[in-house]
Design a protein around this ligand. Structure first.
Ligand code: ITT
Length: 194
């Protein structure tokens, strides 16, 4: 089961996981949104995977992602969704990021995703994916979501993630890398005993 309540993220997770060969079940809407009060990406991914696995009795896969900007002491990091406030939109967060970056020449950043597959009995597998890049001065592109319009990955020929097609983004993205690493670890387990 997909444990993300963010439809943009759930769509991307489904895309990557189905490409690998997983069949994903949609998160039931009646499961309340999980409060992400962990101090790390791993803790937040675990909170989501655990809540969904326990509520549904199915193994669940969660992803928690942060954008780490070197000049901002690796902020917004674990607070990426709420950078500009509790009910901030993607645009609010991007605007705050560009404002904060105005006086910083160093625009190095990375997206980090931690993914967890967790079973209702508490067993779990954890993986991580990272992509390095730089923060642009202006948003560019219409695809993707969140900070994609202001992030140029090192391997992206100068395009922002929002200027890439889905397959192009996930060939190099934090989420693609993390979920493929997770699938690799899962393929080494005897899933019939879980
Ligand atoms: P769930 O917890 O329900 O999965 P969320 O939106 O809270 O959804 P995260 O905490 O993992 O998910 O993500 C934090 C924020 O980071 C998210 O709201 C986006 O603004 C941003 N983000 C995550 N993945 C991204 C990506 O691939 N590209 C651009 N921004 C991303």
């Amino acid at each position: 089961m997909l444990a993300s309540a963010n439809p943009d993220k759930a769509r991307e997770m489904r895309y990557v996981l189905e490409e690998i060969g997983f069949e994903m079940v949609e998160r039931p809407p009646e499961v309340p949104e999980v409060e992400e009060d962990g101090a790390t990406l791993e803790e937040n991914a675990r909170l989501k995977a655990k809540a969904l696995a326990e509520a549904t009795g199915l193994p669940a896969i969660a992803d928690d992602t942060g954008l780490e900007v070197d000049a901002l002491g690796r902020a917004p990091g674990v607070r990426s969704a709420r950078y500009a406030g509790e009910s901030a939109t993607y645009e609010d967060n991007v605007e705050k990021l560009l404002d904060e970056m105005e006086r910083h020449p160093d625009r190095r950043a990375r997206f980090r995703s931690v993914t967890i597959a967790r079973w209702p009995d508490g067993r779990e597998v954890v993986a991580e994916g990272v992509v390095g890049g730089t923060i642009t001065h202006e948003p560019r592109g219409e695809n993707g979501f969140g900070y994609d319009p202001v992030f140029v990955p090192d391997e992206g020929e100068g395009k922002t993630f929002a200027e890439m097609e889905r397959a192009e983004k996930h060939a190099i993205s934090h989420r693609g890398r993390s979920l493929r690493a997770l699938a690799e670890k899962l393929s080494e387990l005897d899933l019939t005993s879980l």
